[in-house]
Design a protein around this ligand. Sequence first.
Ligand code: DP6
Length: 333
Amino acid sequence: MNFKPRDIVDQILPHRTPAQNQAKAYAPANIALCKYWGKRNETLKLPLTGSLSVSLAELGTHMQCRIAETDRLEINGQMQAADSKAFRRLFSFLELFREPGTHFHIQSTNTIPMAAGLASSASAFASAVNCLNLLYGWELSDRSRSILSRIGSGSASRSICAGFVEWYCGEQPNGMDSYAEALDETWPAFRIGILCLSDAEKAVSSGVGMQRTMDTAVLYQSWPTQVARDLPLLRRSIQDKDFECLGKTAEQNAMAMHATMIAAWPPILYWKPESIRTLHRVQQLRAEGVAVYATMDAGPNVKLVFLEPSQSDVQSAFPEMQVVQPFGSTCQD
Ligand code: DP6
């Protein structure tokens, strides 16, 4: 059977009667250490492999939803046109959850720098699901909210949880076993450094990029093997607090993903001269004994991973870097 998003939503939602007139919710953005790149089912956004990420604590999307006369979307205080990409993508998702004739005024505020092209759809879709969950009083589990967010954007499945998060590939055709869960581990010294290198809108979206890579890159055949090696290495390095193994695995995984994109036709080359300069600088820092590693997603920006003791060295090399503490500043190890 070919399941449609609506079938899955029907299966999960207890009802479609709002419990209140408005609700507010939040979801963090996330950065994958083992990437999601390629789908086994396009409409349900079912991945070909599992992935593992870290959520970005206070960097994400705050969303407020009010029942209204007409559909309206404000992002960071700016009203979006009804034919804009953001409006159409969000409302075609929201359509899955409401009765015909119900309209929403959505106000969404991103705390992740949006101009830098870093604001992912992940926190937007996860915060929308969290918000509707409150508006309708569904009291859905994390697992159900992860599945619903995934239908909006694959990586949003991971933005339901804080800390380290694994998204299971699953094998069922309806995708009910493809959801994300937090790992039972914290690492208070863990840091993510965000470098905004370019604010140009990306020419190829991640969805289009991964499909093109699957369709045209012979090298993509090696991707499941890469993930099969990296996922257990990451799980183990998080458990053992083996930062060198974690950093190496995450950087190699990101480079391998980009290798598959470069091998696609037409090639998908998100890298800008500043991205390459940054990657070289990271290698140089490591040669000088600073444990810092890089990861990149579907765009030119570079994110760094390091531990608190290296923070001042990394910050002197990249003074413009924004530092995120995924486990807060007060967590105990
Ligand atoms: C490179 O979740 O944006 O950031 O499911 O098509 O909406 P769709 O794709 P999306 O892809 C994210 C890809 C990535 C890697 C990752 O976050 O795992």
